[in-house]
Design a protein around this ligand. Structure first.
Ligand SMILES: Nc1ncnc2c1ncn2[C@@H]1O[C@H](COP(=O)(O)OP(=O)(O)OP(=O)(O)O)[C@@H](O)[C@H]1O
Ligand SMILES: [Mg+2]
Length: 178
């Protein structure tokens, strides 16, 4: 079973490829349901393409190649007693949400969210990322727009900055894990 953090990395890479300037990753755990939302302001998809993107079986040889990132994330949610939804608008962006029943035996483990966020920032230091993970006993969060201001021109992909981001977020994640 693939860690949720790896699915998030996968899905957020779609947003990077879609030339988003802002990517929001929101995890909300109310003790019963864990919802994972990735929203971007990238190029978006038209209704026709959107309908095909969630279903790998609608692809035929003569249509454009459709990948497995989104269909697999949808499948993971549905196999864990959850739901999946995606909306998109050309020129405006895409908003994707997968919800998982927290206690379902097929719910993938969360994995290393701090590493995922740090990896995304490392690869795309000019994109803004807003990460927020709320759980019953607290929250972990990071907003590169605030960080950028505090850093006063120092790039987000400076090794010391990345290390701080990952360690700080990891500590916050550990506080709310359980
Ligand atoms: N956030 C997004 N904004 C715009 N287009 C998107 C977005 N996410 C997905 N797409 C479009 O949907 C296609 C399918 O996405 P999906 O993640 O399922 O597969 P892929 O990225 O093509 O390949 P893979 O993820 O398997 O490497 C993408 O190639 C892209 O054209
Ligand atoms: Mg993809």
């Amino acid at each position: 079973m693939k860690d949720l953090s790896l699915s998030v990395l996968d899905i957020a890479m779609n947003s990077v490829k879609a030339k988003a300037s802002l990517i929001e990753i929101t995890l909300a755990n109310d003790g019963k349901t864990l919802s994972v939302r990735i929203a971007d302001n990238g190029c978006g998809m038209d209704a026709d393409f959107l309908a095909r993107v969630t279903d790998p079986f609608t692809t035929t040889r003569d249509t454009r190649r459709v990948g497995m990132g989104i269909p697999l994330f949808k499948l993971a949610a549905e196999q864990a007693g959850g739901t999946f939804a995606i909306t998109s608008e050309p020129g405006r962006g895409t908003d994707l949400m997968a919800a998982f029943a927290v206690d379902h035996m097929d719910r993938p483990p969360l994995g290393d969210m701090a590493a995922t966020v740090a990896t995304l920032i490392q690869g795309s230091p000019d994109i803004d990322f807003v990460y927020r993970h709320t759980a019953p006993c607290g929250e972990a969060s990071l907003d590169t727009r605030e960080l950028r201001q505090a850093l006063d021109g120092v790039p987000l992909n400076e090794p010391e900055v990345l290390q701080w981001i990952q360690e700080n977020l990891d500590e916050e994640e550990r506080m709310i894990a359980l």
